[in-house]
Structures are given as C-alpha cells and as structure tokens.
Design a protein around this ligand. Structure first.
Ligand code: HSE
Length: 308
C-alpha cells in the first residue's frame, strides 16, 4: 500500500424501518459525512473530526471508521497500513439517522478505494462486511447503495434490492436535542409477537413499497406498524406524542430508525411546510426540521488526484 495514497468518501444519512419495514427497509437521505483517508508511513491511526462528533468520538484506532477500515483490510487479506483520517461530519449522532451505519460504510468504502488495483471488493462483499459490523442491514444497505432499499438475510448472507422512489415523495425529518440508544430500543422488543400483528405488518410493508415507488397518496396507510414503535414508545414519549399528532392530521409520520427523530414521508413538497408548523406549534422541546431530498447514489469514493 503506497504511502500517500488518499481517498475521499461521502456517505449519506439513512432512515431505517420506515414504519412497518423493521430491520428491512431503509431510505438514503441527502445529508452527508465526508472524509479523507490517507495512508501514512507510521502505523496506527490519527483522526481529526470537524462538525458532528468533534471532541466526542475517539481519535485513535478505536474510532469506528478506523475499525471498519481495519476489518475490511483483514477480510481482504492485506496488512492494515497506518492512516490519517480527516472527517467532516453532518449526520447527527444517536438520533436514528444511521450515523453508526454511515461510519461503518465510510470505513469500508475508504478501504475499497485504497485497495483498488490490489484486491477488488464487490457490492455483495461490501454489504456483508457492513452488516457484520452493524448487526442489521437496513441502514448500511441504503448508505452503500442510495435510494430505497429492501434488505434481507439470505442463506449466504445479507442481500438487497434498490428501488427509486416516486418523485413526489418528500422526506421531512425532525431531529430533537436528546439521543436514544439503539441497544436500549432493541431491548424493549418482545421475542415473539401476535400472529395478527405480523400479518398487519406484512400487509403494510408490501403496500409501502407500492406507495413509495408508485402511489404516494397511500403513504399514511402504508406507514402503519405494530412490530416495534409501540414497544419503544415509553422510552421516547415526545417522539410518540408528536407522531400521533402528525398522523391524526394526515401526515405519514414514523420513528426514524430506533429514534428519537421523526421521519414524515410527505407525498408532495408542500405538505412539508404544514407538518413543520404543526410540530413547531405542539412540541415542548426543540426539534430541528430538515427537509431532505432522497439520495440516489449512496456512498461514493474517489482517489485524490495525483496520489499514488
Ligand atoms: N432496524 C433498526 C432498529 C434500525 O430499529 O433497531 C436502527 O439502527
């Protein structure tokens, strides 16, 4: 691995579950972590973070991006070089917008870029590595491939199908100041659910694909869920209250990932202003509204011009 080789990586935020599609559906959003990884002579890693996570995330080999680079080099059978990493982060941490998935995908895609010409990694290998590190594929699939993704575990590992969403679909995310732990949210889920609840979610998640791809007017019915949001509601009461208020007013609102952010899948751009004013009028704490486009590219990596 030549010293001085450098890649620039850009990875989108993601919203997982989308209501009924627990651990399966995810949407890439146009809000990015952007980083440069350069191979250096000295072993180990130094990390400089600007923006989100500055002064908070580890800046040595324990950093999640660095661990993901190391995991990918190990999988490729190539010794991990020393690296210098400079990150400009915009994806909020601990809010249900896929920041850990984005960090993992950043490391894996950076390693892919550095390894180009030495070992080639295909899409299935990237998804397998990312899912191993994240534990579930629904954030890392859209972070890697963009758009709307259906991800599932097959006998040979994770698989995905990417879809383009209807041009009317207009995501709006409300981000609170407080955080939620995904591990805590997952611990609130029961081991088994009533059969009728499973049928309820099968119907809604099938409908959700049709609504997102072809018929956005069905998004309110298509975003109903009985598998995860009720069980987790006690841990994020304001998220739950605002989602109920938004849905009662006709807006297709769901918990974004494991929360506490809220995703509203508006069926046209104008609907977003009305939803934002409803939240501004009824929230008890500060919720930042982000009107985000769907990202269709997913993670990108470029070799810095002129590097070996
Ligand atoms: N499907 C995951 C969950 C997404 O809801 O626990 C959060 O990372």
């Amino acid at each position: 691995m030549p010293v001085g080789r450098s890649v620039r990586v850009k990875v989108p935020a993601t919203s997982a579950n989308l209501g009924p599609g627990f651990d399966t559906l995810g949407l890439a959003l146009a809000l990015y972590d952007d980083l440069t990884v350069t191979v250096r002579e000295a072993p180990g890693a130094t990390v400089t973070v600007h923006g989100v996570g500055e002064g908070e995330v580890p800046t040595d080999e324990t950093n999640l991006v660095v661990r993901s680079i190391a995991h990918t080099f190990a999988a490729a059978g190539v010794p991990m070089p020393g690296v210098q990493l400079i990150a400009n982060n915009s994806i909020p941490h601990g809010r249900g917008l896929g920041s850990s998935g984005a960090a993992i995908v950043s490391g894996i895609v950076a390693a892919k870029g550095l390894l180009e010409g030495i070992v080639e990694l295909d899409a299935a290998q990237l998804l397998a590595l990312a899912t191993e590190l994240e534990g579930h594929p629904d954030n890392v699939a859209p972070a890697l491939f963009g758009g709307l993704t259906i991800a599932w575990m097959s006998g040979t590992g994770p698989a995905h199908k990417k879809l383009m969403v209807h041009r009317g679909v207009s995501p709006l995310v409300f981000v609170p100041e407080h955080v939620m732990s995904t591990a805590l949210a997952r611990s609130l889920q029961p081991q088994s659910v009533p059969h009728e609840d499973a049928v309820f979610n099968v119907s809604r998640s099938a409908l959700l694909i049709a609504a997102l791809v072809q018929s956005p007017e069905l998004l309110l019915a298509a975003t109903e869920d009985k598998l995860h949001q009720n069980y987790r509601a006690q841990a994020m009461p304001e998220t739950n209250r605002l989602i109920s208020a938004l849905r009662a007013a006709g807006f297709p609102a769901v918990v974004s990932g494991a929360g506490p952010s809220i995703l509203v899948l508006c069926s046209d751009p104008a609907q977003r202003l009305a939803a934002a004013s409803l939240v501004a009028d009824s929230a008890e704490t500060v919720w930042q509204p982000l009107m985000l486009a769907v990202d269709f590219l997913g993670a990108t990596v470029q070799r810095t011009a002129g590097t070996p």
